[in-house]
Design a binder for this molecule. Structure first.
Ligand code: ATP
Ligand code: MN
Length: 466
């Protein structure tokens, strides 16, 4: 083979002119043989949803040498002429002049022979599922969203902060935690029935983080505006389509920012992400709209085009109370909003994204800023029609005394949070932030039903193999 530079399939397909010599490499998705003495291979290299068709002449030596090896799943390098396609399916195709098979895939054994497989089956072969249309599309969208998250914050001067994965704080029990230890589990050092954690690696009990928020606040009160974007862990023993044991979380934290500014940023952020996906993942979203979730694109356009409704928790409770909907969970002031309530608000009542704010103090964590009167805190949740809650956030309590008292009220020991309290002792400032579960976002944008299908290697109860 000559020293032609490899072109990606996406580039070849969008080429406006024919080319006498191109090189492409990728995996054979399908093969079709015609009676007229030609074989047609559909090649995909992950650069886009579409395959490129390459045509082999049965009298060509490169076909005769490789005929047996050209099966679904095999990996090939192809050199030839890029020409306008005679067929209707695509704009460009390649007439093969040279061909090399890098790796074969046994016709009898390669698991991805059929056109369509269930997502459950594909989860069993997490090492091969990236070679399917759906996973190609999911992962390209996921990649674009990660990029646009960074762009959104970087364009606004936020500092990207790497918060620790191993931690001793528990973010007031945001979720069940995984313990980190090097002690011998069969024979841990014990004293009067208790493990001596002084002998553990860090000299105290440590866990995998459930949130980077508290550490984020430290840096927001020095850099003004920061964001985290990293792995988070919850030992949730709930096998739902919305929970993973290991997931990625985005958490901006802003000094000099009160609840209204926080809601403004969250709204701008959500609209930015959906607009960017519509613009840059059009082909993949088209696929999801057709195959996974009808009306997806229209739904996204509405999110991008409208102003989000803002309603206090108290008003939301009134609306729900007056609705006469047969809710499974009763509505009364002080209760947590269930997803049926959230859906009613965004899908039926307001028919657009809704931000609910000022929640009862009782049902929210200690760090949220208390409103006058003491009954509610400055929390906010962003709810999307058909999708549900995408963001939760709050203004943080910045008063040293009030924060200490709220900790005690919630049975937390202030001495365990001395560094967090110090932030309120030295140069405290109003500040706010929110959290967005990255996989939930990918789920919303793609319409994928199960969160296990929007992360490369899902970690769930009894499942961490690959
Ligand atoms: P949920 O009620 O859905 O369990 P949560 O109230 O525990 O969520 P937070 O503690 O507010 O969630 O976490 C912030 C965000 O992280 C959530 O809005 C959600 O998008 C995401 N998230 C929480 N738990 C998980 C999980 N187990 N897997 C994937 N994403 C999660
Ligand atoms: Mn949870």
């Amino acid at each position: 083979m000559t020293h032609t530079k490899r072109s990606k399939v996406k580039k070849l397909l969008s080429s406006s002119e024919e080319k006498s010599h191109v090189l492409l490499k990728g995996w054979v998705r399908t093969r079709r043989d015609s009676k007229g003495g030609f074989s047609f291979l559909e090649i995909n290299d992950g650069s886009c949803m579409k395959n490129i068709q390459v045509i082999l002449n049965h009298s060509d030596p490169c076909f005769l040498e490789n005929d047996d090896k050209l099966t679904t799943g095999s990996c090939v390098a192809v050199e030839g002429r890029l020409v306008r396609s005679q067929g209707s399916g695509q704009a460009m195709e390649v007439q093969v002049e040279h061909l090399r098979v890098y790796g074969t895939a046994d016709r009898e054994k390669y698991p991805l022979q059929k056109k369509r497989h269930s997502f459950e089956f594909l989860r069993e072969i997490a090492h091969l599922r990236p070679r399917t249309n759906t996973f190609g599309a999911v992962m390209r969208v996921r990649n674009r969203l990660a990029y646009s998250i960074h762009r959104f914050f970087q364009d606004r001067g936020f500092i990207y902060l790497h918060t620790p994965i191993i931690t001793t704080s528990d973010c007031e029990g945001a979720g069940e935690m995984f313990q980190v230890t090097t002690l011998d589990l069969a024979q841990p050092p014990m004293n009067q029935g208790k493990v001596i954690y002084e002998e553990d690696f860090f000299g105290e009990k440590t866990h995998l983080t459930v949130s980077g928020q508290l550490e984020g606040e430290v840096y927001a009160l020095a850099f003004s505006e920061i964001y985290t974007f990293g792995p988070t862990f919850r030992a949730e023993n709930s096998n739902t389509s919305r929970h993973l044991a290991e997931f990625w979380m985005v958490e901006p934290e802003m000094a000099f920012c009160e609840l209204d500014d926080n809601m403004d940023l969250a709204e701008e952020f959500v609209r930015f992400l959906f607009r960017d996906a519509l613009e840059h993942c059009a082909e993949d979203l088209e696929f999801f709209d057709q195959r996974i979730y009808k009306g997806l694109i229209e739904n996204h356009r509405q999110i991008v085009d409208c102003t989000f409704e803002r309603v206090t928790y108290t008003d939301a409770i009134h609306i729900l109370d007056k609705s006469n909907e047969p809710f499974v969970y009763n509505v009364e002031w002080g209760c947590n909003l269930q997803s049926e309530h959230e859906r009613y608000l965004s899908e039926q009542y307001f028919r657009k994204p809704v931000i609910v704010y000022n929640y009862p103090e009782e049902i929210k964590p200690f760090y949220m800023k208390i409103n006058e009167g003491g009954e509610t805190v400055r929390a906010m949740d962003v709810l999307l029609p058909h999708l549900g809650e995408i963001i939760g956030g709050s203004q943080r309590e910045d008063d040293y005394e009030i924060l200490g008292n709220r900790m005690k009220k919630k049975d937390l020991k202030p001495e365990n949070y001395s560094w967090y309290l110090d932030l309120r002792r030295y140069g405290s400032a109003p500040h706010s932030g929110f959290g967005l579960g990255f996989e939930r976002l990918v789920q919303f944008v793609t319409g994928m039903e199960n969160i296990r299908d929007v992360i490369p290697f899902p970690r769930t109860p009894k499942h961490a193999k690959f």
